[in-house]
Write a protein that binds this ligand. Structure first.
Ligand SMILES: C[S@@+](CC[C@H](N)C(=O)[O-])C[C@H]1O[C@@H](n2cnc3c(N)ncnc32)[C@H](O)[C@@H]1O
Length: 319
C-alpha cells in the first residue's frame, strides 16, 4: 500500500511518462504523502539519515563561531541569520543571538531584504532535478514510466533549451553516449532569489562536485536513503525514502557570480570547521565534565574526519 505510488501511477496512465523532476517533486513534497511533507521525522537514528545538524552541540557552536566572525568583519549594523531548508531547526538555540529565522517547506518565508547571512545546509541537494541522457549527440529527457506495479526510466523527448544551456555551461564536457546528468534549475532560481534579497553572506554546505569532477559521475549522482541504507534505486517507494542529487558547485558559483556575489571560500567542511574552532582551540565546543567532553570529542571527530571530508563549503558574499 503506497498511496503516493498509486497517485503517480494514475498520472502516468492518464498523461504519459512524467519528467523525473516532477516524480522527485511528488516523492519528496506532494502535500499529503511527500517524504518531507508528511508527518514523520526522517532525521537521526530512528529515521533514514544523519546530517551534521544532529551532531549537537558541537556543530551549532562552530557554526555560531563562523557567523560571529562574519558579523565582526561586517562591522556595525543588523546581522541576522536565516536558515534555508532548516529541517528540524536544530541550529536555533546556537544561532538565537542572530535572531535566527527558519525557512522550510510550509514554514517561514524568505524575507524581502536580509542583512546578515543565509545558511543552506543540505538544502540544494534536496531540490527536484531534471535528469538527462546523452544519445546520438543530443541531450534527451529521462522520464518515468510504469511497468506493472513498478516505475522505470525511459528516454523521452530532446531536452528543452533551458536544460541544454545549463548542461553546456555546467554539465559534462565531451559526454560519451549514454552519459546521465542532472540539471538543477531550482538551485539556479534560488541563487537568483537569494541574490536579490541578501546583503551579506551565503554559506552553502553540501556534498557535490565541480564541473571538472563530473568525469567521475557518468551515471549521474541520484541516490536514495532509507533507514541508513543508500540505494541507487530512486524510483522505488516514492514518499518512503529520501532522494538526493549531489550539488553542482560550479553551477551555483558561476550563477552566483553573475548575480553579483563574490566567492570567499570553497573548501571541505573539515577546513571550514577547523578554521571556526581555531580561535579558542575548540575550547567552547569541547567544554563540559569528562563524560560530556568525551561525547563532544566524538562529535568533533565525526564532523572533521567523517562528514567533513565528503561535505564542502561554498561561502559567497554580496554587499
Ligand atoms: C536534507 S534536509 C536538511 C535539513 C537540515 N538543514 C539539516 O541539515 O538537518 C533538506 C530540507 O530542505 C527543505 N526544503 C526543500 N525544498 C525547500 C524549499 N523550496 N523551501 C524551503 N525548504 C525546502 C526540506 O523540507 C528539508 O527539510
Amino acid at each position: 500500500m503506497n498511496p503516493l505510488a498509486d497517485l503517480i501511477r494514475e498520472q502516468i496512465q492518464h498523461n504519459g511518462p512524467l519528467a523525473f523532476r516532477r516524480f522527485m517533486e511528488m516523492a519528496l513534497y506532494q502535500p499529503e504523502h511527500g517524504y518531507y511533507t508528511r508527518r514523520r521525522d526522517p532525521f537521526g537514528r530512528a529515521g533514514d539519515f544523519y546530517t551534521a545538524e544532529q551532531l549537537q552541540p558541537v556543530f551549532g557552536i562552530l557554526i555560531a563561531a563562523i557567523f560571529r566572525r562574519l558579523r565582526q568583519e561586517r562591522g556595525a549594523g543588523t546581522f541576522v541569520v536565516v536558515e534555508l531548508g532548516a529541517g528540524r531547526g536544530e541550529l536555533e538555540p546556537y544561532l538565537a543571538e542572530f535572531g535566527y529565522a527558519a525557512v522550510d517547506v510550509n514554514r517561514g518565508a524568505l524575507a524581502e531584504s536580509i542583512h546578515g547571512a543565509i545558511l543552506a545546509n543540505e538544502f540544494f541537494d534536496a531540490l527536484p532535478v531534471d535528469l538527462c541522457v546523452y544519445r546520438d549527440e543530443c541531450w534527451r529527457m529521462r522520464d518515468v514510466d510504469v511497468d506493472g506495479e513498478r516505475f522505470r526510466f525511459r528516454d523521452g523527448a530532446p531536452a528543452r533549451k533551458a536544460l541544454t544551456e545549463y548542461l553546456e555551461r555546467y554539465g559534462p564536457q565531451q559526454p560519451a553516449e549514454g552519459t546521465l546528468a542532472e540539471v538543477n534549475l531550482a538551485a539556479i532560481e534560488w541563487i537568483g532569489k537569494i541574490g536579490a534579497r541578501l546583503h551579506g553572506t551565503l554559506l552553502i554546505i553540501d556534498y557535490g562536485y565541480t564541473r571538472r569532477e563530473l568525469l567521475r559521475f557518468t551515471e549521474g549522482t541520484l541516490m536514495s536513503y532509507r533507514k541508513h541504507q543508500a540505494s541507487a534505486d530512486v524510483l522505488a517507494d516514492p514518499g518512503e525514502r529520501d532522494i538526493t542529487a549531489h550539488v553542482n558547485f560550479t553551477a551555483l558559483e558561476q550563477h552566483a557570480l553573475s548575480c553579483g556575489f563574490r566567492r570567499l571560500r570553497f573548501e571541505s567542511m573539515t577546513a571550514t570547521l577547523l578554521a571556526a574552532g581555531e580561535a579558542d582551540q575548540f575550547a567552547e565546543a569541547l567544554a563540559g565534565d569528562q563524560t560530556e567532553r568525551s561525547r563532544r570529542t566524538l562529535q568533533l571527530k565525526n564532523l572533521l574526519f567523517g562528514l567533513g571530508e565528503s561535505f564542502r563549503t561554498l561561502l559567497l558574499a554580496k554587499d
